[in-house]
Write a protein of this length. Structure first.
Length: 669
């Protein structure tokens, strides 16, 4: 019986000792594990917080730089539309510079690299000039988006760098120069990084090779424990925002018992202090975040550019107020919709589906595209759309962001400009005819007088009964030849002044020059000028509007004849020469006179509208000539004649059989 009791009691005694040992072991293990786990969790939390804060700061910097770029593009659009002069543009630049201290200078360069407006009153230092000269001002329209250069040292400032960004001003293949904005690398960190973030982190702006261009360490140097790099995407330039936390790695106390006592005795005080500190930090962060959200919301509401975001399935996830006003639908009615969208025009539905399919395949046109949207009222709206992928913090694409511009006013302005140019050409035609009217009457008087003489002689022969058929036939043939001559002159004038729509077709330069020869000959005879035609025998055709080129040639020859009025009669020679330029393979026409030449101060304004050296001139002749030549893809220039006088030369691209139609394309969709 006792044996049985002992047998039964032994396990109870055993478990009675094992349980406290297990509990103590568990308690000790917990005491050992908790500080290590706390250290590990705190390290992870600090790293995650650093990544989130760095992402927020990068987005804030990116937003501010994009906003500045958009503002300068809007100013550039007004410059290209000739709505603001250089002084107004400079005032706008200075206002932008005043509100954005990270900007060092804004300069508007002309087409030849000359400075048209600059926010700096001082001359540009040689070091900076050499940097700016690396920016090619002649850039194709397909590459007319903003681009930035690698940071360059700031002149006269040690360890300071400038970031130059160029905004080309190109519209309809016409170059207006470019706007160059200079950002101070240190200014980006000082002005765009919040103070509370700079107190806890050392922030640096580096490139892919970890070269430091700017550094901010308001709270001291970083401990290299918690670091993060975030790409700062600038046009054609990639920099990185490197953050290095000033916090050190959590440390374990060597004596776990002391740690336990401290935690037990000061736990409440520590908890209250930590809670109070955390609440204050969170409140400060929330206030700063609320201010930033309010600021970004105000900026978003003030935009005239429509913004929309779509996920990978094409579902709308975000639209701004400008986009809602553009299409006439409230945000709650279209958010969450998948294609087809209610603002798609029915006639362009197939086009939308094709573009959306290409977008899903990842084919995004960098230069944007034009299409048509339908307002809720049914009105059609021409828009210009730019697409870009949405990338999350892990570098994965989550959708697309679109910028939509309503170009209705732009289209109307373009149409109005086209109509005004046509009216100017028509007025120039009529003005030219007014000048040659008297010459035409004098020239027609000769063939008409000859016709009268020949027909009178024929009648006298018939009346006298002396019918000599050979003599009568000769008189009638001469009368017929003079009548054809008069008719040719009248037809040339009629074709020249006839109102018509511009039409481009393959034209031989020789045919064009022969058709305008009678009119040039009229002007030359009146001015007692000798004409010399030096026409190349074989030239490829040009794709051109024949009447526009006739107007150009007539204007240039008339100016040349008028320039030789004070030239001795023996030297009054006007040469018209054609040929093919071996270097450019372009056809050229040269009008060479022996007149008084063009002074330097006049040459600078020669092609300016309403500038004329004639007392009765309108100042539009050469401007219209240059516009007509540029319309054909060529260029008009002038140079001094070594023998005295001036050489006006215009070049036109040759029309090859393999070329496609060069007419202006119709609006997409």
């Amino acid at each position: 019986m006792r044996t049985f009791y002992k047998t039964q009691a032994w396990p109870n005694q055993k478990w009675r000792w094992i349980l406290p040992i297990l509990l103590v072991s568990l308690f000790l293990a917990t005491l050992i594990w908790l500080p290590w786990q706390a250290q590990h969790m705190e390290a992870n939390e600090r790293q995650e917080q650093l990544i989130a804060d760095t992402l927020w700061v990068e987005q804030a910097i990116q937003f501010q730089l994009n906003r500045t770029d958009e503002t300068l593009k809007q100013i550039g659009s007004e410059i290209m539309a000739h709505r603001i002069p250089a002084d107004i543009a400079l005032q706008r630049f200075r206002t932008l510079l005043k509100n954005n201290h990270e900007i060092q200078r804004i300069v508007w360069f002309g087409t030849n690299g000359e400075v048209l407006a600059s926010t700096s009153d001082l001359s540009i230092p040689p070091q900076e000039s050499s940097t700016l000269s690396r920016i090619d001002p002649s850039i194709n329209e397909i590459n007319s988006r903003t681009r930035c250069l690698q940071p360059a040292p700031e002149p006269n400032v040690k360890n300071a760098y400038l970031i130059y960004c160029q905004i080309p001003l190109i519209k309809e293949n016409q170059h207006f120069g470019s706007i160059v904005i200079s950002y101070r690398a240190t200014g980006i960190l000082e002005e765009l990084v919040p103070w509370w973030f700079a107190q806890d982190n050392e922030i640096s702006l580096v490139d892919a090779d970890e070269k430091v261009y700017a550094n901010r360490a308001a709270g001291g140097a970083g401990k290299n424990v918690y670091t993060h790099n975030r790409a700062l995407e600038l046009p054609e330039l990639q920099l990185f925002l490197h953050t290095n936390s000033t916090k050190s790695e959590p440390k374990l106390l060597s004596n776990l018992l002391v740690l336990t006592v401290i935690l037990l005795s000061l736990g409440l005080i520590w908890s209250l202090a930590a809670l109070w500190r955390d609440i204050n930090r969170r409140l400060a962060a929330e206030v700063a975040l609320r201010q930033q959200v309010t600021f970004r919301t105000a900026m978003e509401n003030s935009l005239v550019t429509g913004l929309r975001a779509r996920d990978m399935e094409g579902r709308l996830t975000y639209v701004n107020p400008a986009f809602c006003r553009m299409i006439g639908y409230p945000a709650e009615q279209i958010i969450g919709r998948v294609p087809p969208m209610p603002y798609w025009a029915p006639e362009a539905l197939h086009e939308y589906q094709q573009r959306f399919t290409r977008l899903l395949e990842g084919t995004v046109p960098a230069e944007g595209f034009e299409t048509i949207y339908q307002h809720a009222s049914g009105k059609r709206i021409p828009v210009l759309i730019y697409e870009s992928p949405l990338i999350n913090e892990r570098g994965q694409q989550t959708g697309w962001m679109s910028s939509i511009l309503d170009i209705s006013e732009l289209k109307r302005a373009q149409e109005l400009t086209r109509q005004q140019e046509e009216k100017l050409h028509a007025s120039a035609h009529l003005a030219s005819m007014g000048e040659i009217a008297s010459m035409l009457a004098h020239e027609l008087n000769q063939p008409l007088a000859a016709i009268s003489s020949y027909t009178t002689g024929a009648i006298n022969l018939l009346n006298a009964g002396q019918v000599d058929q050979s003599l009568l036939k000769s008189a009638l043939e001469k009368a017929n030849k003079q009548a054809q001559r008069a008719g040719h002159i009248i037809r040339s004038v009629h074709e020249f002044v006839k109102k018509r729509e511009p039409s481009r077709e393959a034209v031989q330069l020789s045919d064009l020059i022969h058709s305008v020869m009678p009119l040039v000959d009229l002007q030359a005879k009146t001015g007692q000028v000798t004409l010399r035609w030096e026409l190349a025998a074989i030239l490829p055709p040009v794709l051109a509007d024949k009447v526009l080129l006739e107007q150009v040639l007539l204007n240039l020859t008339r100016n040349a004849i008028e320039a030789m009025q004070s030239t001795p009669l023996a030297q009054r020679t006007l040469r018209i020469r054609t040929g093919l330029d071996d270097a450019t393979q372009n056809l050229f026409v040269e009008v060479i006179d022996r007149g008084h030449g063009i002074p330097t101060e006049v040459a600078e304004q020669l092609f300016s509208p309403f500038f004329s050296t004639k007392s009765t001139g309108m100042g539009m002749g050469l401007n219209i000539c240059r516009t007509a030549i540029e319309f054909h893809g060529g260029q008009l220039s002038h140079s001094d004649n070594p023998l005295g006088g001036t050489i006006f030369r215009f070049e036109l691209p040759a029309y090859r059989a393999t070329q496609t139609d060069q007419k202006e394309p119709s609006t997409d969709g």
